[in-house]
Design a binder for this molecule. Sequence first.
Ligand SMILES: [Zn+2]
Ligand SMILES: [Zn+2]
Ligand SMILES: [Zn+2]
Ligand SMILES: [Zn+2]
Length: 464
Amino acid sequence: MLDHITETRIFCPCSEKNLDWQDYPETLFDPSVCHRVSSLHFCPTCKSVKCFKCLEFETICKFCPRCYATVPNGLSYCNKSCFNCPRCHHYLNISAKTHMSSVNDKKGRSFTFTCTNCLWNLETGIISKPQALTSIVRKLDRNPVHTQFSQLKEFYVRQYEALKLQEQGSKIKHDLLARFSAIELASLTQRQNPVGFSESELSEEEELNEMRSRKSHIGSQNANDKLPLSQELSEKRSLRCKACRSVVLMPDSDPLSTRLEIPGAAADQLPSLLVTGYRNQPEPFRLKHPTARLILTLSNPLSESMDIKISTFEQLDSLGKPLKKDTKMEQDLTSTIGVHITCSEIQLGCKLESSSKPENYVKLIPTVKLTSRTKISRIELMRRDPDNLRNITWSNDEHWFDSTDSSGSVLDRGVNWSSVGINLSVGEGIALGTKINIPLFVGVTTKTSSYGMWTFLNAGEVVK
Ligand SMILES: [Zn+2]
Ligand SMILES: [Zn+2]
Ligand SMILES: [Zn+2]
Ligand SMILES: [Zn+2]
């Protein structure tokens, strides 16, 4: 049944420069501004869909995806005991061993990192002072580039502190003298270059050779020289609308919680639009001359009812763009696609309250999507209106083609959904293989808001 459904795209108007357009926005047919509903959000203040370009994110919390500990800002690795294998990136098991001296005094502990996947392991040697595993691993680092970086970092931290202290006057100068040796102080205040980064007295060629030798040293490290890799962090982000600055999505700050304080996904706010074939329709998305039929089903995700108005262009050219009014008469209609939607005003009821119960959930599934694979869906299928079931079931009977043509009412309806027919007339001149996307404007009115959006219904491909 899933082969009988295509995906609808939604237009985000953020690239539109001309805001007082007549028939449709200028950028409507730019494929880069049409998105899947799953990648869109909805701003209740602007009453508009928002793509990733319309939103900015703020970090709510950083946490380790392994131990779920919240990590303070500024750190980019887990500061607990989460490490990965430097050879295969599998997580590492850590075991500790206590060492005693000859007089039964505690001498210290050693730690062993073991990869259960590739069997890589590392023993730290005896550590006498209690300290965090991350700092033990850092001290084992013999990589000259990392050591040089640490020296450089330490140098600048001390220089910054020294200069700050100098500015605070002579009283603190005594503290400063106590903290640094005379030589260090002289080197700091004269702003000399840090250790190992002398102003280049080397020729260009010598410098290049030195860089090459450093690089080759890094490359020559084998798995035995490697250290456990710290676990990178995940973060929870909130999303803010760039246009009105209101928060569109806010997750709970607890890493273990999946609750949203402000849910902003477009799929939770907008009516869903689903294009399907009729029940038992053979190859519904292979459109043949002269006519083709599909079903559009709209569902309401809200707990309040929705009034929907849909409109489209009567005639599309082979690129799926509407024919301009003045050219309509001149244009050869054999190379156009006619679009007729059987009902343009639709009321959708609201979702059932306890819709997570299977017997209620099955009522929210439109009949075009309802299979007979489970007992509960077979029972539900028998409860559905037989006339409506006939409306949405494919038939080769000529009479059926007339009766479902333009009745002006919905073909089928349920608790929070309704199905209408899309009748297409495919001109002879339309090239085989042309993919038809029908632009559709959807106006939505609820008790609390009213807005409109452009969507594209994927109707399939023209075939012989
Ligand atoms: Zn907004
Ligand atoms: Zn956008
Ligand atoms: Zn962790
Ligand atoms: Zn490994």
